[in-house]
Design a protein around this ligand. Structure first.
Ligand SMILES: Cc1cc2nc3c(=O)[nH]c(=O)nc-3n(C[C@H](O)[C@H](O)[C@H](O)COP(=O)(O)O)c2cc1C
Ligand SMILES: Nc1ncnc2c1ncn2[C@@H]1O[C@H](COP(=O)(O)OP(=O)(O)O)[C@@H](O)[C@H]1O
Length: 309
């Protein structure tokens, strides 16, 4: 997949089928759109092009309402590449773009820059200043310029429309099975291992403390995850939240990797969520906490064996 930052001289010079959107999470609904896009592009032997905006337009328009992201730009690019997208254009959102009327956006971006022969969108696609353009407007523009538009119906799961906000809601409630079902894969976070209180090792359970996590954190609690390292995949029992037993109220993300020994400080690691095991709680003694973590580790092994890496 060719990954372009905005429009440069390297922009695709050949016409392609185009989908425009934020695609945060690349969930089942996005996947349905992209699959249609790729089928059309392959049929007509042109490129499957995705135009996305980085940063999210909301970061400029109303930063206070910017939702936490589900995927980093790199994760999003990897997921789109896996689906078979040929060209990803990450447009560096600016006020000039946000001020374009729907007609200007269509003429300047869709027609002149990308030379789209057809478009694939979901029914809730809006474009142009103040989100004034919708799929009805887009359909008129496409018809009048001889382009095709396919509007993919919303993807439903348990009678609910799959959306990035539904995934965020599920994660915020700690509902990992539903979030993973909406995503059609495991929700994952990445972070860099930093130093903690150096207490974990004395408990018999060293925990890698993750910092610089750019995406949404699931609800507080204890989770079974798969941890991806360059040296392999390890089941990991993960604690999201404070350490109330030690009166440490700062919230952290810490992972005990089962079957691993070595130094992880400074390393970037990825955690894929498999299940939420329980709520966090204070324990009356360190021995009781150790007993509970021993159980959490056994459950994590079992859950991860049932859902192999
Ligand atoms: C699987 C797992 C479950 C945990 N559950 C709790 C808990 O319920 N309550 C608590 O106070 N701390 C819990 N902890 C956190 C420990 O208190 C923490 O790992 C320890 O204080 C080490 O901190 P450090 O990494 O800063 O050294 C848990 C840790 C793990 C790995
Ligand atoms: N199985 C393991 N799981 C997690 N971290 C491990 C493991 N084995 C060794 N380590 C190392 O030990 C560190 C965690 O030990 P810990 O005593 O909890 O210290 P800290 O409080 O600094 O996190 C990790 O950052 C990592 O470098």
């Amino acid at each position: 997949m060719q990954r372009l930052r905005g429009f440069s001289d390297n922009s695709p010079s050949q016409p392609g089928w185009l989908s425009i959107g934020n695609f945060d999470g690349v969930h089942r609904g996005h996947q349905a759109i992209i699959q249609t896009l790729i089928a059309q592009a392959r049929r007509q032997k042109v490129a499957a092009v995705v135009l996305t905006f980085e940063p999210h337009p909301a970061a400029l328009l109303h930063p206070e309402r910017l939702p936490p992201r589900l995927t980093t730009p790199d994760q999003k690019a990897d997921l789109l590449a896996e689906l078979g997208v040929d060209v990803l254009i990450e447009y560096p959102t600016d006020w000039d773009l946000l001020r374009l009327t729907p007609r200007q956006f269509f003429d300047q971006i869709v027609v002149d820059r990308i030379q789209a022969t057809g478009l694939v969108e979901g029914p809730n696609f809006y474009f142009g200043q103040a989100r004034a353009g919708n799929v009805t407007v887009l359909d008129e523009f496409c018809r009048s310029t001889g382009r095709s538009l396919i509007v993919v119906p919303p993807t439903l799961l348990n009678d609910e429309i799959v959306s990035s906000s539904l995934v965020r809601q599920a994660l915020t409630k700690g509902n990992i099975p539903f979030a993973n079902e909406l995503l059609n894969r495991r929700y994952a976070i990445s972070g860099v291992v930093s130093e903690g209180a150096q207490r974990g090792r004395t408990l018999g359970f060293p925990t890698a403390n993750l910092e610089q996590i750019p995406t949404l954190l699931p609800a507080e609690g204890v989770y079974a995850t798969w941890c991806r390292l360059p040296q392999g995949s390890f089941p990991a029992a993960v604690n999201i939240g404070p350490n109330p037993t030690f009166a440490e109220m700062r919230s952290k993300v810490e992972a005990h990797l089962i079957g691993y020994s070595g130094d992880l400080y400074g390393q970037k690691i990825l955690l894929e969520f498999v299940a939420r095991l329980r709520d966090l709680r204070p324990f009356a003694s360190v021995a009781e906490l150790q007993e509970q973590i021993t159980k959490d580790v056994a459950t994590t092994k079992h859950v991860c064996n049932q859902a192999p890496a």
